[in-house]
Design a protein around this ligand. Structure first.
Ligand code: JFZ
Length: 481
């Protein structure tokens, strides 16, 4: 697998409005493309987009790269179901009778909700984007929607909590994004029935439902300026490949630098989450669920994984340790993916304190090791159980997860090592200026690099060694550790 995207310094415009600066950027990008074609260097190849019906509508590469640079985001599954502590959507008609579930919104009163606090928790954890369930399979809209009364404005709290989240994100420079389920087991015109739902579907009409869905998604883009749409629920028969491509195109027409996951269409296969044929199916990236995706630097991806077991809040749900979360992040970015770590806030509006504690500890590790995470890509070594690798420019970062004092890796042919340092604290200037080596050494023996670490390691969770080389590492074919 080779890296096909040529890096540009262009950043995506997040304003949602095309202005002269954006036009100028487009002109510059076009010039870069023409120039790179003339000089025979690699050109930008689209990684995905609107599927076979929209061959010219390719992923917005600048937005994609900006998002890939973030590497780590917060997923939130929340709604009136938190009052019951059962799973969002799926417990409707299972643990909770339909009529009870559908009435929960009348008691949903999260008086301790504070959007700035949620977003500060995400920020302190080192997360750079935020994805909230605007509407899950149960059909409840967590925002003020013009197109339904089954929304947050008809709960006792009567506040547009999602608007508050959007504003808090914008204030704290976290990318605001929304989850939207294309399947809706509540809507009278959505056709596929879940289990023994009493909802009459004989006269249902997907054209009517589709209009409702497009209207609601339009609201997320125009009223909430969502930067990414995390669709879901595409697997049922009511949702077709044609609808997926049409929805993708509709969204991009409203906002060109929007990112859209592959669950907008039918190309998503199983929990491995990748798309079968990128040209055929719509979507900008793959979505492995509850697992770390496999190394892939050809098609962008993001693993979504819960901090406990359930997506929505459950009292005393088993919480993952800080170590497990950090190792999951490391293995994910080492495979060149993003990690979207999910929390399910409580019915009173707070994120559980014990979860906040874990998030804080993740953030503490990231504060020291930030250079080895943000703006990196996975490689040139593929992740193993105990070591994963990321790179940026001519440096690669070995994330060592086993507390060992020596690691042996295959040397990279033709690559010369200039400097090796252990990331120990945020004092990167001292390290960069070669004033501190922190007792790390690298020795080449018969095609192997032997790296020795000092006795006293800074972290009991994972230690990162930065290896500066003379070679741009994006040009190296990934090597197995
Ligand atoms: C889906 C949702 O159903 C789930 O609630 C959560 O939002 C997650 C991020 O995405 O996960 C699935 C999708 C499909 C199945 C199970 C979980 N399935 O088909 O059994």
């Amino acid at each position: 697998m080779t890296k096909k995207i040529k890096k540009t310094s262009q950043k995506a415009s997040r304003s949602g409005v095309t202005n002269s600066v954006t036009i100028q950027r487009h002109v510059i990008l076009a010039c870069i493309l023409i120039l790179s074609a003339c000089t025979n260097s690699p050109t930008i190849l689209p990684q995905g987009g609107g599927g076979e019906a929209n061959p010219n509508l390719t992923t917005n590469i600048a937005a994609l790269e900006e998002w890939q640079d973030m590497r780590f985001g917060m997923f939130v599954h929340w709604g009136p179901v938190a009052l019951k502590g059962t799973e969002i959507g799926w417990s409707r008609g299972r643990e909770i009778p339909f009529s009870t579930y559908d009435s929960l919104y009348m008691q949903f009163n999260p008086v301790n909700f504070d959007a700035s606090e949620w977003i500060s928790i995400a920020k302190e954890a080192g997360m750079k984007y935020f994805v909230i369930t605007a509407k899950h399979h149960d059909g409840f809209s967590l925002y003020d929607s013009e197109f339904t009364d089954y929304d947050i404005m008809n709960t006792p709290i009567k506040r547009d909590l999602m608007k508050e989240m959007q504003l808090a994100c914008e204030e704290q420079d976290i990318m605001f994004s929304t989850y939207y389920s294309v399947l809706d087991w509540y809507h009278p015109h959505y056709t596929t029935r879940y289990r023994n739902e009493p909802r009459p579907v004989e006269d249902s009409n997907m054209d009517i439902y589709k209009q409702f869905l497009f209207d609601q998604v339009g609201e997320l883009i125009t009223k909430y300026n969502t930067n990414l749409l995390w669709f879901d629920g595409q697997w049922e028969a009511s949702w077709t490949h044609e609808m997926g491509m049409e929805l993708y195109q509709y969204c991009r027409e409203l906002k060109d630098d929007l990112l859209i996951n592959n669950r907008v269409d039918k190309g998503f296969k199983g929990m491995a989450g990748m798309t079968d044929s990128i040209a055929k199916y719509a979507g900008d990236y793959g979505t492995p669920e509850q697992r770390i995706g496999e190394f892939n630097n050809d098609y962008p991806w993001e693993s979504c994984i819960t901090i406990c077991n359930q997506w929505a809040w459950k009292p005393d749900d088993k919480l993952k340790s800080t170590k497990e979360c950090i190792h999951t992040l490391i293995k994910t970015i080492g495979g060149d993916g993003n990690l979207l770590l999910n929390v399910g806030p409580m019915p009173d509006g707070r994120i559980e304190p014990r979860q906040v504690e874990v998030l804080k500890e993740i953030g503490n590790w990231l504060k020291v090791n930030d250079e080895a995470v943000y703006g990196t890509r996975g490689g040139p070594y593929m992740p193993g159980d105990e070591v994963a690798c990321t790179y940026k420019g001519k440096s690669f970062f070995l994330h060592i997860m086993n507390n060992s004092s020596e690691i042996v890796i295959p040397s990279l042919e033709g690559v010369k090592v200039k400097n090796v340092t252990l990331i120990r604290d945020a004092d990167r200037d001292a390290r960069r200026n070669d004033q501190r080596h922190d007792g790390v050494t690298l020795e080449e023996v018969k095609g192997k690099w032997i790296i020795t670490l000092p006795e006293q390691l800074p972290s009991s969770i994972a230690n990162v060694v930065e290896v500066r080389t003379n070679t741009l590492l994006s040009e190296i074919e990934p090597v197995t550790l």
